[in-house]
Ligand binder design. Structure first.
Ligand SMILES: *[C@@H]1O[C@H](CO)[C@@H](O)[C@H](O)[C@H]1NC(C)=O
Length: 156
């Protein structure tokens, strides 16, 4: 009896966790791009070939809170000072907050970059010429749907 009471909340948690959507990064550029998923630690580099996706289920990091998907156009870009596009998100219960920012310049200057949620009624972020308007553009959506970033998108 006591055991059952203990197990029930865990089972509920597991159900909630499996209903989480994905952060998807689509490389629509002609050349590969390079991605590092960064929370309290840096995951190994992912190379995303032209036309391919990187997908990770939204995750929560107890130490950093949010996750940053750092993207460069050069192989060792995270470590050589290359321009980085950062798609950051923060899973907060049933919601996910997301934002787009640049450091060391605009990695996709001249090309559109778009963050678009799958669920209707949530905000999207679009830089028509790949350059940051500056400041935060944080949007929020339900965490059950995917939120995709497309680089070298066709437009806003
Ligand atoms: C990449 O993700 C998008 C958005 O979810 C999807 O429409 C597309 O089919 C995926 N492409 C590949 C190559 O998996």
């Amino acid at each position: 009896m006591h055991l059952l009471k203990t197990l029930t909340p865990l089972a509920l948690l597991a159900t909630t966790a499996s209903a989480v959507g994905n952060a998807i990064v689509t490389n629509n550029c002609k050349d590969p791009i390079y991605l590092w998923s960064v929370g309290s630690s840096v995951f190994p580099k992912h190379t995303i070939p032209s036309g391919a996706n990187y997908t990770e289920p939204f995750r929560h990091d107890d130490t950093s809170g949010g996750i940053a998907l750092k993207i460069t156009r050069t192989d060792n870009g995270l470590y050589d000072g290359s321009a980085q596009l950062t798609y950051s998100y923060s899973l907060d219960g049933e919601q996910v907050w997301y934002d787009l920012s640049s450091v060391f310049g605009d990695a996709f200057a001249g090309d559109a970059v778009v963050v678009k949620p799958e669920s209707e009624g949530c905000g999207s972020i679009c830089w028509a010429e790949g350059s940051t308007p500056g400041g935060s553009q944080v949007k929020v959506c339900d965490a059950e749907g995917d939120v995709g970033l497309v680089v070298c998108a066709e437009g806003c």
